[in-house]
Write a protein that binds this ligand. Structure first.
Ligand code: SF4
Length: 374
């Protein structure tokens, strides 16, 4: 039994089965998550015989860190061994005083979104809850000596979170638990490609919803995201409206710009009309290249035109600054180590993103090193 796969309620039920008091679960959570001690010998508020018993029953194994890469812009990427020859990646992204961990939920992915590197790798298996919590714990232990702490979690790594919803929401309950890692649910975002029947669970668990939209109409969306055949935009937006009605929380729509496919000014207008009736934010993500990609990144000028048109029309839009592209840690670039994936990418000549400051009405572009361009 892996401890990290159990919510506090699971542990209480487990301990009850062993004839132990319920409050012991809180004591063990406090040792492990707050004091970061997994040595049962140190848990002196548990009796010696109980500690001995737990030694045989509980495992505190975490996914092993196989590699740890750092980008010139401060992004860090971790490759984890999740047993049986499988591995997944997680990315730690610093921005605006936040430290966001992008977590994987599956090894590979069956959604086969055409612009995504993970989508080229078929689903090998869904991660267990302890492997999801384990990514968080490992990164926490690696950064805490530098006085750093993860502030936000996004389920936007490898896999479709709502294709593995039981384990994803179980891990969220533990990460949120005040006796666990105590991360506010306002700071946890679950992203989906549009698994409509599962979307109510995001509202039920009171976490933020991001939808990987990537097109302004069904024809284009079906072309780049096969799931749109099963759950077209009309159904997807009905589920989004239900989420908003249940939570009152604005939805984030992710929109990957693909040259000649999703980057025209007409599509910006169509996107505005599609989303204007729903309280939302649109994140524009210029396509990030990966080996064997079928698409290319639009020119900076075209990205600006698209962005400006949405702003002119009044959409709440953010042109996301691309982070970690030099270490293949940017959006859509994650995968297990397979094929001949390069470890580094030369981005020295590219503009990697910009941010718009609404208050000052100023847009700032960033270089590969993450410093503002003049
Ligand atoms: S974008 Fe997400 S859902 Fe689509 S293939 Fe990639 S990991 Fe899967």
């Amino acid at each position: 039994m892996n401890f990290y796969g159990m919510t506090q309620d699971d542990l209480k039920a487990y301990l009850k089965g062993l004839g132990k008091e319920q409050f012991r679960a809180q004591q063990i959570f406090k040792w492990v998550y707050e004091r970061r001690t997994i040595d049962l010998e140190q848990m002196l508020n548990l009796s010696k015989s109980f500690r001995e018993e737990l030694k045989d029953k509980l495992s505190f194994d975490l996914p092993k860190v196989l590699s740890h890469l750092k980008s010139v812009d401060g992004t860090q990427k971790f490759l984890f061994d999740v047993k049986d020859g499988n591995s997944v990646e997680a990315v730690l992204i610093p921005s605006d005083g936040r430290l966001t961990l992008c977590i994987s939920s599956e090894v590979g992915c069956n959604m086969a979104c055409k612009f995504c590197y993970t989508g080229k790798q078929k689903l090998k298996r869904r991660l267990e809850a302890h492997e999801i919590v384990g990514q968080f714990m490992q990164v926490t232990d690696l950064i805490s000596p530098q006085g750093q702490r993860i502030s936000n979690i996004v389920f936007m790594g490898m896999g479709e979170p709502l294709d593995n919803s039981d384990n994803v929401f179980k891990s969220i309950e533990t990460l949120h638990d005040s006796w666990g890692m105590n991360i506010s649910k306002r700071k946890i975002t679950v992203s989906t490609s549009g698994v409509v029947p599962e979307m109510w669970k995001v509202a039920h668990h009171k976490v933020r919803l991001a939808v990987s939209l990537n097109a302004s109409n069904d024809d284009v969306r079906t072309q780049v995201m096969p799931i749109n055949k099963r759950y077209p935009i009309k159904d997807l937006f009905a589920a989004c409206r239900e989420y908003y009605q249940a939570t009152g929380d604005r939805i984030t729509f992710e929109y990957v710009m693909l040259k000649g496919v999703t980057d025209s000014v007409e599509q910006a207008r169509e996107l505005h009309n599609l989303t204007k009736s729903i309280p939302c934010k649109i994140n524009i993500i210029p396509f990030n290249e990966h080996p064997g990609a079928d698409y290319t990144r639009p020119s900076d000028e075209q990205i600006e035109l698209f962005h400006s048109e949405l702003m002119r029309l009044g959409s709440h839009v953010l042109l996301r600054r691309t982070m970690g592209r030099d270490i293949f840690a940017a959006c859509g670039q994650l995968t297990s180590e397979f094929d001949n994936k390069p470890k580094q990418m030369d981005i020295s000549n590219s503009k990697i993103g910009s941010v718009y400051d609404r208050n000052k009405n100023v847009k700032t572009a960033f270089t590969a090193e993450g410093v503002p361009r003049v």
